[in-house]
Write a protein that binds this ligand. Structure first.
Ligand SMILES: [Zn+2]
Length: 335
């Protein structure tokens, strides 16, 4: 990406094993993320540009001398962060805060160098022609991010849930909340085709209105109280304000949309006076992939339904355009 709206496909040197803990993975499927649209809207023009993409599944091509669990030919899922899976944060499950980790930003490509390969990559028993590829690819980001929102908000059979945002993360947050047992799931979104998919994933109510009008509708659906959990899957201030407006006293707001602001109301009138908990963050936890993978492999969930367009690598700029214009919900890139 060379600036807002300026995505180019270029030839670069092939990635190589540089450290003994590295692997090189050939990308079988990548995709464009809703969070890639933030720089697509706002990145200042740059001479050098920056590589893009943080989601992929692929096949191991080469491993460093200290990589113990992977070999050439293994099919792997990569979360959007890399980590050793052994440091004190990883042992607590917070792999996105790994002392030896980082976040991918180069995976809309033919191949990727993966640092800390043993810690990062999760093997899946499928071939690279598997019909499950789209669903497996959601374990790279959008499904585990939606799941992270539901888990950190404490969603279970006892909780009512509001999901803000009808992008792929929002729709899969609905799926995750349903999977964890929530009975009432209100989806706030205004794109009918998307909210229809959200209903299939488990939303019991859809609120198309935004702002105060949307908040009023959610309160009407919940006896005037709001929901125990609010999963904010957008990242802009109006979505945060909707979260504050729809959360029940004593409830939890979990944000997984990357915030495009640093300052937000947290005082008596917003969070404090009603004992609201604010949580969330990057959700590339390895344990989520391991927990959700069996459900994907055995067909109990089909999160890959969020992909509604496929492009070749050369057509990636068109993929950005289609998502930006809301013509596509989520674009799969097939190198
Ligand atoms: Zn670690």
């Amino acid at each position: 990406m060379y600036g807002a709206g300026d995505v180019r496909v270029e030839k670069l040197p092939d990635p190589t094993v540089q450290a003994p803990t590295d692997a090189v993975v050939r990308v079988v499927r990548a995709c464009v993320c809703g969070s890639d649209l933030h720089p697509y809207h706002s990145m200042p023009a740059s001479e050098r540009g920056r590589p893009m993409g943080h989601e992929f599944v692929g096949v191991v091509e080469e491993v460093g001398s200290e990589v113990a669990t992977l070999r050439r030919g293994d099919f792997v899922i990569a979360p959007f962060a890399w980590f050793d899976n052994t440091c004190e944060f990883c042992r607590e499950g917070l792999t996105t805060s790994c002392l030896h980790g980082g976040f991918f930003s180069e995976t809309q490509a033919e191949a990727v160098r993966v640092q800390q390969a043993d810690g990062t990559l999760v093997k899946a028993p499928v071939g690279e022609d598997s019909a499950l590829l789209p669903s497996l690819l959601t374990l790279s980001d959008v499904l585990i991010t939606g799941h992270h929102a539901a888990v950190t908000a404490g969603v279970d059979a006892r909780t009512s849930v509001t999901v803000i945002g009808d992008g792929a993360v929002g729709l899969l947050a609905v799926m995750a909340a349903k999977r964890l047992g929530a009975e009432q799931i209100v989806l706030m979104g205004r794109h009918r085709a998307r909210t229809d998919l959200g209903r299939e994933f488990g939303a019991t109510d859809v609120v198309a209105e935004r702002g105060d009008e949307g908040i009023t509708k959610v309160l009407e659906l919940t006896g005037g109280r709001g929901t125990h959990a609010v999963l904010e899957c957008v990242g802009h201030m109006p979505a945060y304000e909707q979260a504050v407006g729809t959360v029940r006293a004593g409830g939890v707001i979990s944000r997984v949309g990357v915030p495009q602001y640093e300052e937000a109301p947290v005082g008596f009138g917003s969070l404090f006076g009603r004992n609201i908990t604010l949580t969330g963050g990057p959700g590339a936890q390895r344990r989520y992939i391991e927990e959700l993978l069996p459900d994907v492999l055995e067909g109990r969930i089909e999160p890959g339904r969020v992909f509604d367009r496929t492009v070749g690598l050369d057509e990636t700029p068109e993929g950005y355009r289609a998502m930006d214009r809301r013509e596509a919900l989520k674009v799969l890139v097939r190198p």
